[in-house]
Structures are given as structure tokens and as C-alpha cells.
Design a protein around this ligand. Structure first.
Ligand SMILES: [Zn+2]
Ligand SMILES: [Zn+2]
Length: 441
């Protein structure tokens, strides 16, 4: 047998060299990947109809890589017991937790899994905390859970809901003097906590058209970290607007055009589930699996996800899958993942750099401006180019303020937010930074 003698010094040096080599290899080898996640989810911690483990298991089994549990004004921590009732009145919301659901839970996770107690005549179950859920479900590089909260606030009769993703401490609704003020104060509270804790976190404005709560004008002014939901799977959120109210795509264009015109930052558009119902699937229920984000990141960690979102390295989807989004100074190229028998229309949407910035306010009988979007020029949010080609390519002609894409499949969504919806995807706005051409003399 050959014995190799290595001095103590040499041995340590060798270990350091090997560790450095492995670390370097890992860094070089690691490429970004598309990671699928939902940032807006409810459970029995607030008004979802299922225990958090049932919810997490649904996303885990449906090939998501990250999930943020965002219950209303509560974190999944501490001790919370819920009643287990014999039968439920299905008319009330949230529906009570029944014996039948408890039996399903036992089938899913085993008889010993639920923590039960008898309080007087009532059987109760303790809700699992986020740290228990992490222990049960998280797998490095495969699936993570992110702490979140839907800060649920109101001004007058208008709901103003803001999701805080990856926050550390609960944030109470901040209130305010107008819908804009409530929105800004809640976003500021998230950014303040981020500053104090030095932990990456983002705020996003939820479902602007839910009871027509948040106006484009509120989002135009919003300072901080501007994200909003261009798509939310809850059946009551009026994604597509109506005769008197713009849909979320139109809101996005109004907001982008006015923000960029005023030299403010872009606003990114998220798709989320806002899931509450996990037992009954179909139109009219707020189900899991309707809208999600795909972030392009090397790291499946809360920081990796947040960084990609903040850098705009993601797209939003209600079914369409993209292979690549390539942006150069001259072109945008979108490669859609082909599926046999399915075709796609890609719309390149934007506003020219020189556009009509005027608007008409909507007034009530007394001449006061109503809580309703102002009416803006049709120059905002034009379709610059539309194609059925894949890849879809757009060449900048140097007159655009920004360009974003909306991709629509000809395949109907299997469990749509609204009847007749097709699967879609939205990419993030690209601001044209070319200099305007010199005027011809
Ligand atoms: Zn909400
Ligand atoms: Zn919600």
C-alpha cells in the first residue's frame, strides 16, 4: 500500500484549494432557470377554505417552485385553533372547517398529523405555522415557501389591498386620507421594514378593479417599489373592466405612459391566483392555478425571487409558457414554448414617446371628480405590431416610449377566471432608451 504523507500545513492548504475549486465550479456552472411561483394565496389563517398544508401541497404537486402564503392582516405564526364542525352552511364565507375536511386531511397526511383538542363540546384543530410547513415541504433547489401578508385596508368604501412579500414582521393596515394615501402609506410601511431589517421584500398593489378600489391615478403617483396585479384569478376582481372602467391591461398602459412621461420608474405587472377555494374547482371559485409568475433566477431563495422581480426578470402567465425573452437595443424576441395544435398571437403594445397627455375627468352632478379612472387618449397603449410567428420579433423604430407584450393562446383556459378566457402571458415593459431622432430640416 502506498502511503502519502501530507504535512499539516499542506493538508489545510489542499482543503482550501479544493473548497475554492468546488465553489468556483458551482458558480460558473449555475445558470438562471425559470421558476414558477404564486405570490397571493389564502388559507384558513384568514379566509381561505383549507388548512395551509393542503394549500401548500396543491402547489407543490402542481410543479410550482415557490409559494407565498399571504393571508389578510396575519402571519402564519403563533397558536391558532379552529373549530371542526359537523356540517357547514355553504352560503357563508369563509366556510367552516368540517369533519369531512378533517378526514381528507388525515388521508393526505396521516392520522397523527392534525393537532386536535376538545374544548367543551367542540373539537378544535391547531393550524400549522409557516416554520412547520417549511420543515414539511421545503426541498432545496426544488420548492420554497415565502412569508407574506395581504395588508388589507380600506378608504371610504374602496378596498386597498397591498401584498408584502418576504416580510419579517406583521404590518398593520396604515389607513390614510384617500385611496392613494392608503396605498402609499402601506407600501411605505413595507419599504420601512425592509430598510430596518435589511431583508429583501417587495410590496405590490393587488387587484385594482376589486370594487374599483385603486385608480390608475393612484398607481401613477405611487412611489417606492411599483408592482401591481395585471391578472388576479379571483372571480370578483374585474380584470377586464367594464363599459365605465378600464381593464387592468389598459390601466397598465395609462400608468406606464404617465409615469415614464414624468420620468418615474416603470411599473411591473404580476399574475397571481388570490386563491381561497381548494375543494371546489370551477368558474365562480377563487381557485389555485389560474395566474402565476415565472422568474428567471439562479437561486431558488426568497432573495433570488425578489431580486429577479425587482430587475423585471420575469413574466406573468395564465397558461402560456415562454422559453426565452431576449431584449437588445434594436429588438425584442419572444420564444414561446410550442405545444402541438396550439397557436399564439403576440401583441407588442406601447405608447409613442410623443403622445397626447391630456385627459378628461369623470364628474358627478355637482361637478366633483368621481372615484373613477380619467379618460385618456387612445394613443396610449396602442398595438404597434401583432404576429402569429414564433418566435415573435419586434424591431424598435425609435419612436416608442415603451413596449410590452401580451401573448394570447388559441387554447381556452381549463379553469378560467371568466368564461371564454384564453391562456395568456404578459412580459414586462421595455423602455426605449434610444435618443429621439433629430428633427429633419
Ligand atoms: Zn385582496
Ligand atoms: Zn387576496
Amino acid at each position: 500500500m502506498k502511503i502519502i504523507y501530507v504535512s499539516f500545513y499542506m493538508k489545510n492548504l489542499l482543503i482550501i484549494v479544493i473548497i475554492f475549486f468546488l465553489f468556483s465550479c458551482d458558480r460558473i456552472r449555475k445558470k438562471p432557470k425559470w421558476l414558477k411561483g404564486n405570490l397571493h394565496t389564502h388559507t384558513l389563517w384568514s379566509d381561505g377554505d383549507a388548512p395551509p398544508e393542503t394549500v401548500v401541497n396543491w402547489y407543490r404537486q402542481n410543479n410550482y417552485q415557490f409559494l407565498a402564503l399571504s393571508d389578510h392582516n396575519i402571519l402564519s405564526e403563533g397558536e391558532k385553533w379552529i373549530d371542526v364542525v359537523d356540517s357547514a352552511n355553504t352560503e357563508i364565507w369563509p366556510p367552516p372547517f368540517t369533519i369531512e375536511k378533517l378526514e381528507k386531511l388525515k388521508t393526505e397526511f396521516g392520522d397523527d398529523w392534525p393537532d386536535l383538542r376538545q374544548k367543551g363540546d367542540t373539537l378544535q384543530m391547531r393550524l400549522k405555522t409557516l416554520s412547520e410547513l417549511k420543515d414539511k415541504f421545503e426541498v432545496p433547489s426544488e420548492f420554497i415557501l415565502i412569508q407574506a401578508e395581504e395588508i388589507t385596508d380600506i378608504f371610504d368604501k374602496y378596498p386597498v389591498h397591498v401584498n408584502a412579500t418576504n416580510l419579517e414582521l406583521l404590518i398593520q393596515p396604515q389607513g390614510g386620507k384617500s385611496t392613494y394615501d392608503v396605498l402609499q402609506r402601506n407600501v411605505d410601511a413595507v419599504l420601512r421594514q425592509r430598510e430596518q431589517t435589511n431583508r429583501p421584500m417587495i410590496a405590490h398593489a393587488n387587484h385594482p378593479n376589486f370594487y374599483w378600489g385603486i385608480l390608475p391615478e393612484d398607481l401613477i403617483k405611487l412611489k417606492g417599489d411599483p408592482f401591481f396585479e395585471v391578472y388576479n384569478g379571483h372571480p370578483d376582481v374585474k380584470n377586464w373592466g367594464d363599459d365605465a372602467h378600464p381593464g387592468t391591461d389598459r390601466i397598465w398602459d395609462i400608468v406606464l405612459s404617465n409615469r415614464l412621461h414624468k420620468n418615474r420608474s416603470v411599473m411591473y405587472g404580476l399574475a397571481t391566483d388570490d386563491a381561497h377555494s381548494y375543494y371546489n374547482f370551477g368558474i365562480g371559485n377563487s381557485n389555485a392555478g389560474r395566474g402565476w409568475v415565472m422568474v428567471y433566477s439562479k437561486h431558488l431563495t426568497p432573495m433570488g425571487v425578489i431580486n429577479a422581480l425587482e430587475n423585471g426578470e420575469f413574466y406573468s402567465s395564465s397558461g402560456v409558457v415562454l422559453d426565452e425573452i431576449k431584449v437588445t437595443k434594436d429588438q425584442i424576441t419572444i420564444k414561446i414554448q410550442d405545444e402541438p395544435g396550439v397557436s399564439y398571437t403576440t401583441k407588442f403594445i406601447g405608447t409613442p414617446r410623443i403622445f397626447d397627455t391630456s385627459y378628461t375627468p369623470v364628474l358627478d352632478d355637482k361637478g366633483q371628480e368621481k372615484h373613477i379612472s380619467r379618460i385618456y387618449s387612445t394613443e396610449i397603449g396602442q398595438v404597434f405590431f401583432e404576429t402569429d410567428e414564433n418566435p415573435a420579433v419586434y424591431n424598435f423604430d425609435n419612436t416608442e416610449l415603451y413596449v410590452r407584450t401580451q401573448i394570447i393562446s388559441d387554447r381556452k383556459h381549463s379553469n378560467p377566471y371568466a368564461e371564454g378566457d384564453f391562456e395568456m402571458a404578459w412580459t414586462q415593459p421595455v423602455v426605449n432608451t434610444h435618443k429621439l431622432p433629430e428633427p429633419q430640416i
